[in-house]
Design a protein around this ligand. Structure first.
Ligand code: ATP
Ligand code: MG
Length: 177
């Protein structure tokens, strides 16, 4: 493959950012492209995609290294733990990106880790700039940093029109997790 790899950002306040990235996985694996998805921040919930990933192996690999939600819901971890977990996850991401083994790498929820200042923005910018030229790199999460948006080739902002959460409907298995 010698085509230019893209930097893709899925951001915005509406639902569908991680779902969009997973849709891309399904498409890429159809061509036997190798995809790695690494999840930041998430970690304490069980997501359906963790099991679907096994069915798409070995082309698809999914890594969850975060410490769960930060500051909300069931979070009892001190901030230093989240900082360490996020930076460990970034190290794993670097290794996967530089390994040359993957056509696509997805850094799921990394925008939140940046917004929460768990990660150093310059570290992430350097990583984006130093990725192999043909690798497609996807970054998800709301509140994407301006510097990340500047480096991206494709940025989609999910805009909430309606969300069931607002009418009291709880997160649904198979739809939300
Ligand atoms: P999904 O994983 O469903 O594609 P997402 O990646 O766009 O959603 P995140 O910001 O990662 O959204 O949030 C993760 C969880 O929060 C999901 O369970 C999702 O359904 C829920 N969620 C996403 N957007 C909203 C919203 N606007 N209001 C309430 N809950 C939301
Ligand atoms: Mg998401």
């Amino acid at each position: 493959m010698s085509e230019k790899g893209l930097v893709i950002v899925y951001t915005g306040g509406g639902k569908g950012k991680t779902s969009a990235a997973l849709g891309l996985v399904l498409r890429a694996v159809g061509y036997n492209h190798k995809v790695c998805m690494i999840q930041f921040v998430k970690g304490s919930w069980h997501y359906g995609e963790l099991d679907s990933a096994k069915r798409l192996a070995p082309e698809f690999e999914m890594i969850t290294a975060g410490k769960g939600f930060v500051g909300i819901l069931d979070d009892k971890s001190p901030r230093e733990d989240h900082v360490k977990a996020a930076n460990d996850t970034l190290d794993i991401s670097k290794e996967k990106i530089m390994s040359g083994k993957f056509d696509v790498v997805i850094l799921d929820e990394i925008n939140y880790a940046l917004q929460l200042k768990l990660l150093n923005l310059d570290d992430v910018i350097d990583l984006i700039k130093s990725k192999p030229p043909e690798l497609d790199l996807v970054l998800t999460g709301n509140h994407a940093e301006e510097k990340v948006i500047e480096l991206a080739d494709l940025v989609t902002e999910m805009k909430e029109i309606k969300h069931p959460f607002k009418s009291g409907i709880k997160a649904k298995k198979g739809i939300d997790f």
